[in-house]
Each structure stands twice: as C-alpha cells, then as structure tokens.
Write a protein that binds this ligand. Structure first.
Ligand code: WTA
Length: 627
C-alpha cells in the first residue's frame, strides 16, 4: 500500500497554479488566518472584513467578520466587467441530446430575470426556497437567483421521493418551491411534479410553486399556487436588471440536508463569505483551473459536490462548465466519452461508482473516442479502489492525467484532504491535507494512533468553508461533530482512516450509521423508519455490505407484526416501499425476515453484529449484547 507512487509529468508541474506543497503547507498552518486573508483578497468585497476568524464562541466559528459580500457578485457580476462577459459559462446537454449554452452575460440575464420573478413572489432576504429539479440550467439559475437577492436555497436531490422532500420542506419552512414537470433519466421521465404535489400536501407553509417545463408531459397544476416558469419569465416584471443584494459575510447562503445518525436529516448551513473563499481556492489550486479549461463535474447539483464544484467555485473562477442531465450509459456506454470529445473537456471530476460502472462495459467504449483534451481527473464520494483508480488513470487519462482524489463532506464545504496536480500519487489515498488544515487519526481518547493503524479522522483547526451550524438545531451541531473531542476542540469527521509512513491519509469508511451507496449519503435510521412506516413491519434494521460497483449496498432485517406472514411478495413490497418513501437510491438489496434483532441492553440495534454475521465474520466484543 505504501510503496507505489505515481509521479506527475514535468509538463504538469511546470504549468501548475501551485508549484510546491511542503513549504506553503507549513506556512499556511503556522498562520492560517494570514493564508486565508490573502486568498479572500482575490474576491471582490463590498466592504473588507474586520477580523479573519472569530473563535470566541467555539465551535460556532465565524470567518471574515464584518465583511460585506455576495457570492453571486463574485460568481457572475464581476466577470461582466471583463472579457469573460462573452466567455462560455455553461454548456448544458440534456439526456435526449438537446444542447443549450450560456455566456456569463447570458447567465447573468437568466439569473437576474428569475431573481426579479422571485422578488415578485415576495421572496425576501433570509427566507429558504426549496429547489427540487432535474439537472437543467434552470436549477443553476434558481440557486444563483436566490443567492443574488439574499434568500437561501435548499436544494433537494431530484432522486428523493415524497417523504424525504416533505421532511426537508417542512424543516426549512419553505414558502416557495421550485420544480419542473420532470426530467429525463435513462430515456424515462421522472415525475418530479407528482412528487412535489404529494409533498406539498404535507407541508402547510408552501404558498407558491414555480414549475419549469422540461419534458412537456402533462402534470397537475394547482390554481393560484402553481406557475409556469416560462410564463413568469415572459412577464415585464422579469426584467434583466436586478441589483445583487449586499450580504454580511456570515449570512446564510444555503442549507443542504444530509443524512446522519438519527432519522431526521440535518440541514447543514453554509454562508456567503467563507464558503466563497474556500471553494474557489480549493478548486483553483487542486484542479488547477485556467481560463482555457473546460471543467466537467459529473455530480448532481442536489448534493454538496454539485453546489461547490458545479455551481459556485467554477463560476467564481470564471470557468467554462459542462453540465449533463442524464445517465452515463444512455443511450450507449460511450455517452461520457463522447461528450468529452465533443466539448473538449480538460478536467473530469466524478465518483468511484461511476468509474467502476463504466469500467465494466470494457475499454472499447472510451477507446473509440479522442480523450486527449483531458489534463486532470478527479474522484470523490467514497474510497476509490486501486483497480478502478488504475483503469481511470490508464484508459481515461492515458497515463498523463493526475487523479485528484478529494476527501471532503457536506459539512466541510470543500476539499479537505486532497492531492495537488504536483503531488506524487498513491492509488486510493487522498494524500495530504489542503492548506490551512491540520488533520489527525486518533483513538477514542484523542491520542494519535501509530503509523498505519486505523482510527478516527479529526480536523484540528477551523477552516473558512466549514458549515456554521445545523439549521434550527445548534445543539445537535455541537453534539454530532464537536462533543467527542470537545476538550481538544477538534471536528470529528465520522470516518475512519489511517496515515502511512509518508504521511498519506487513507480513508477507510464511515464509522457512524451513515451508508454511502454509489457515493450517495443515506442514514440507516432513514431506511429503518421508512420500513417501519409500512403496516406489516414492527421493527427494522439496515446495514451496508460491500458492493463491487456501488461501494456499498443496503441490506435490511425486519420483524413483522403479529399475524403477518413473510414471503417473497412482501419482500418486494417492502423494497418498493422504501424506494417510494425515500427514493430509488435507498432501495434495499434484500429484506430478511427475523424474529429478533441483536440489541444492546439499552435497546440500541447492534448493526455491527448483523453485519459481521452477514459476512460470516466474528462479531467481536459482544459484552453489551442484550442476550
Ligand atoms: C466519503 C461528499 C473516501 C466519506 C463530498 C465522507 C470519501 C462522506 C471521499 C461525505 C474520498 C467523500 N475518499 N471517502 N475521496 N470523499 N468520502 O457529505 O465517508 O455526501 O465522510 O460529501 O463521503 O459525504 P458527503
């Protein structure tokens, strides 16, 4: 694991935005405030900050205190004063093959018009607008329009179903929901509006729903509540002249729900100032963004990767972004490679699941295409196995593109442990911490574990991109991330990891009740509560087992209510029930009917025991097991 290094070419090193790591890293951690204030100066502020970091109320850190900024001013407005006004900001391709492109000028027009529409619907600074859309340009316009007028967005991944959407709308108390009549996925239409209709029934706060016409299939529109996007955008109120609101550095930019240990998803809150500085810096340094690049982050904007690295960071850096609506293998497994060739993509950032999935189809698919425009590759979301890494490096990157394996989380806002293009790589390791960050792998007491041994990953120092709190539940924020190492003041990531003799970090996986399926983050508790909401089920447990393509797959155990009999049909019904409640990504691989579940004396399900049994392994220490 330690020996194999992949060195960057001279060419890569010569042209890199950042040409050295060790010294700069040393300086950055000796004086993180100095490092970050230099970086903040690369953005445009309406008023300069008074204090870089306010740590007087730990763990509720504040960055660039007193500064006035708007991330949209940096992502769009400031480019309009330069030649970039006419540069392509977004190339979008729909799954059926339709293409739309937007220069920075055009992006500004669309965003400003929609911002005025939102204002006319009474959207105000500080309110949270829920966005539930397919991957279409309007999703990006909607996010930016909210931010421009000082409203916050809460984007809910378009693959989530009724229960998940309703819970998020309710928690954010959204008055306005933005959606579409559907999207295209594997040649089928996803019925987003139908799901919104159901979710809104359960959410008393919703007054307005704006619907983009994407597929043209018939949807139910409620009088006086539902409005067509294109009709509103055609009205005189939708003028392209709109002032960008002056925001406090620490004002809320968005909340993004993610799964945690308990059933209720947490709305992680990010702010304008620190997030803008952190995402744009990490993007520029790690992906070496230059004006001539064409950047493709093949994530979904519904997850943090899309927020930070499809929308905000690339726009702040003035990049040309490719956004693609559909599945990687539709209509053929060459879809991605075809798009790289067609648009001359220079940087591709995706997940190990996507790589493994495409690898399975064989080398002939990428080999048919000219991929020589690629300069750098990236990976995110889960550990990448060396086999997939090497395939990605050899077949896609033609052995000349370094792979940036970036470790980070919804909570961190941007990359935390990551190579730079100049870093000697080891397949499967995220290598070293980004500038300003100190990380460690520790035992339960907070002592660093010996080299090569597994422990808990902690971050020892605050960084500008960190989430500020959990929306509406500051106590939970403290409890989940900061309580365990409160004495030391460290952030607990929830991952286990080890650090090798070269100081390279290897992420092993989650140590809490979070499951990463195809890189998507789900909570066991969410799956369990979906199962228990079915009338046949009395108790349920969900675990993750390793899966060749998805990284992990979901396996469930169910105790039925008295009088209900188990069977193949019920198993199917329960699997579909979970899929309907949460979304297809949460559909369990199987349901095992059991009479009892292993529990601690205090009644907590010991998923570890279920997992060990399922894998035929020793369950380890069972002293807390009930019987
Ligand atoms: C996992 C995604 C290994 C990890 C940006 C983390 C990774 C969780 C990597 C956060 C990586 C993310 N190598 N594991 N490069 N990147 N993870 O919030 O378990 O959806 O805690 O953010 O994904 O997932 P989230």
């Amino acid at each position: 694991m330690d020996s194999e290094f992949f060195y960057p070419s001279k060419e890569v090193v010569k042209n890199a935005n950042v040409k050295e790591y060790d010294n700069l890293y040393k300086k950055s951690v000796e004086n993180p405030e100095g490092f970050w204030s230099e970086r903040a100066k690369t953005l445009e502020w309406f008023k300069k900050w008074e204090k870089v970091l306010d740590d007087s109320n730990k763990p509720f850190y504040k960055w660039f205190v007193g500064g006035k900024i708007n991330i949209v001013h940096n992502a769009i407005d400031r480019h309009l004063k330069t030649w970039r006004r006419n540069k392509l900001a977004v190339i979008w391709e729909g799954e059926p093959g339709d293409v739309r492109t937007f220069s920075y000028h055009a992006l500004n027009r669309e965003v400003s018009k929609f911002a005025n529409v939102l204002k006319s619907m009474g959207v105000r600074k500080g309110e949270i607008v829920t966005i539930y859309m397919p991957q279409i340009p309007e999703l990006m316009f909607a996010m930016l329009a909210c931010a421009k007028i000082g409203a916050a967005h809460s984007v809910v991944y378009g693959g989530f179903s009724v229960e998940a959407l309703a819970g998020r709308i309710q928690d954010a108390k959204s008055r306005v929901v933005l959606t579409a009549d559907g999207g295209f996925r594997r040649g089928k239409i996803t019925d987003l509006k139908g799901i919104v209709n159901e979710a809104v029934k359960r959410s008393a706060t919703v007054e307005v729903c704006i619907v983009v016409k994407r597929t043209g299939h018939e949807v139910f529109m409620e009088n006086d509540r539902d409005f067509w996007y294109h009709e509103l955008m055609g009205l005189p109120i939708a003028s392209a002249k709109c002032k960008t609101e002056i925001m406090d550095s620490e004002d809320m930019l968005f909340i993004l729900y993610t799964s945690g240990t308990t059933g209720k998803p947490k709305g992680l809150l990010h702010t304008h100032g620190g997030y803008a500085v952190y995402t744009s810096t990490t993007h520029k340094f790690v992906f070496d963004i230059k004006d001539e690049d064409r950047w493709w982050c093949a994530a979904d904007p519904g997850w943090v990767t899309g927020h930070s690295y499809i929308v905000y960071a690339p726009l702040i850096n003035g990049a040309t972004i490719l956004m693609y609506e559909g599945a990687p293998n539709h209509p053929y497994p060459n879809r991605w490679w075809q798009m790289i060739e067609k648009y001359g993509i220079s940087i591709l950032y995706t997940s190990p699941t996507a790589i493994r999935g495409l690898m399975r189809f064989g080398d002939q698919w990428p080999q048919r295409h000219d991929l020589t425009s690629l300069r750098l590759l990236g990976s995110v979301g889960e550990p990448i196995n060396p086999e997939a890494w090497k395939w990605y490096h050899k077949v896609i990157g033609q052995e000349k593109c370094p792979i940036m394996d970036t470790w980070w989380q919804t909570e961190t806002g941007g990359f935390m442990i990551t190579p730079l293009p100049i870093t000697p790589l080891k397949p499967g390791s995220g290598t070293k911490p980004f500038f300003g960050n100190e990380v460690a792998v520790v035992d339960d007491k907070g002592n660093e574990v010996p080299v090569g041994e597994e422990g808990k990953l902690v971050i020892k120092t605050p960084w500008p991109g960190m989430a500020r709190t959990i929306y509406g539940d500051a106590e939970r924020y403290r409890e989940v991330y900061w309580k365990e190492f409160e004495k030391q003041g460290w952030y607990k990531a929830g991952d286990s990891a080890r650090i090798d003799k070269d100081g390279y970090v290897w992420i092993i996986g989650r140590i809490d009740d979070v499951i990463k399926v195809s890189g998507y983050r789900l909570g066991t508790a969410e799956i369990e509560s979906a199962l228990v909401s079915h009338p046949a089920v009395s108790e349920a447990a969900a675990i993750a087992l390793p899966h060749e393509v998805k990284g992990n797959s979901i396996h469930t155990y169910v105790i039925l209510r008295a009088g209900v009999s188990a069977g193949k049909q019920l198993e199917e019904e329960l699997k579909n029930h979970v899929s309907k409640e949460i979304g297809p990504i949460a559909k369990p691989e199987d349901v095992t009917f059991v009479d009892s579940l292993p529990k601690t004396r205090s009644g907590k399900i010991m998923r570890r025991v279920l997992k060990a049994r399922a894998q035929g392994l020793d369950a380890g220490d069972l002293t807390t097991l009930e019987e």
